[in-house]
Design a binder for this molecule. Structure first.
Ligand code: SF4
Length: 331
């Protein structure tokens, strides 16, 4: 590992000044991804700023009904928060289906949003990878691509975004609060992660002197009837082949409100807006659910190894909506 400077920031102002004054700084919170990347030599910061002492650990109810979650709240704590479990069960379940208990105890909300892809070539410095070494090519295209994205990929990168939590946050229209010495920005999560295009190494709209301070959830009453379904190669400690975050409201057999987002298939956490449009005002039937999934996946592009994800995503969308409909009917 390359040697680096270390600073434990006592307060937010010190952290912001340090990242403004130094090039090539990385922020250390739970360290569950950064430390691995530094060990592998993929991240080689000149300075690591430890932000674990910052007062960003609150979960607060907001006056208008939303929730503000500090960036340093651990994944475990967020998933077990009684208000989150009751009002946003999709978020609690998404987190609990990610990683392992030990990792969830360390990983933070802010770090989860910034975790990097698990594409095997990204971690292999003998392989071409535009995300790790811009302009070097993409070994996954024409290589081992079973895990590659079918939505949002470019000729420069096809890697999926690995987070489960972020899929639920996209479904919930969360807002990311970031701070710098220049002030505070509030970024809708749908705009936070970037498609790879021809710059796959730039993964978010966060700029170098900014720090994530909080995530805000708006009030989303339909989320009380929500679910996260994750399909993966083994029952635990595996990334999604396909995942679906969904919430559904039905009145007299007609879909009156629906939210859908997908993981494991997109180069960023994927809001399934086409599917939502195809569901609103339609009969809540298995046939409608299938048509909606088809509408979303019409743009999907798969190859010989990852093409199975398209049909798997269709079936997972339908199964998740079917389950929500059944639970609602039984309530
Ligand atoms: Fe690198 Fe992206 Fe290609 Fe994987 S898919 S090798 S991360 S450029």
């Amino acid at each position: 590992m390359k040697s680096f400077g270390y600073l434990s920031a006592p307060d937010l102002d010190t952290a912001l000044r340090t990242i403004a004054d130094h090039d090539d700084v990385k922020l250390l919170a739970g360290g569950t991804n950064l430390v691995d990347l530094m060990r592998e030599g993929i991240e080689q910061p000149s300075t690591v700023v430890d932000i674990t002492r910052l007062p960003l650990t609150g979960i607060e109810q907001l006056p208008e009904g939303g929730i503000r979650i500090g960036a340093l709240v651990s994944n475990s704590r967020l998933a077990t928060d009684p208000v989150i479990r009751t009002r946003y069960p999709v978020l609690a379940r998404a987190i609990l289906l990610g990683a392992s208990a030990q990792l969830r105890n360390m990983a933070t909300v802010g770090g989860n949003l910034l975790q990097r892809t698990r594409c095997m070539y990204f971690y292999d410095d003998a392989a071409a990878c535009n995300k790790r070494a811009p302009g070097s090519g993409c070994a996954a295209i024409g290589g081992f691509s079973r895990g590659s994205a079918v939505l949002g990929a470019s000729e420069h990168c096809t890697a999926t975004h690995p987070s489960d939590m972020a899929v639920a946050l996209v479904m919930l229209d969360a807002v990311i609060e970031v701070q710098s010495l220049r002030g505070t920005r509030r970024i809708p999560i749908a705009e936070f992660h970037r498609l790879p295009g021809d710059t796959p190494h730039i993964e978010t709209v966060l700029v170098a002197d900014e720090l994530i301070t909080a995530v805000e959830l708006p009030p989303v009453p339909v989320a009380a009837n929500s679910h996260y379904r994750k399909v993966r190669d083994r029952a635990s400690y595996a990334f999604a082949l396909v995942s679906v975050a969904a919430a559904l409201a039905v009145d007299d057999g007609t879909v009156t409100e629906v939210r859908l987002a997908l993981g494991g298939v997109g180069t960023k956490p994927w809001r399934a807006s086409e599917a939502e449009r195809a569901l609103i005002g339609r009969p809540a039937t298995e046939e409608t659910f299938g048509h909606a999934a088809d509408a979303e996946l019409a743009a999907a592009v798969g190859g010989p190894q990852n093409g199975f994800k398209i049909e798997l995503a269709r079936r997972t969308i339908v199964a998740t909506l079917r389950q929500l409909l059944a639970e609602r009917s039984a309530a």
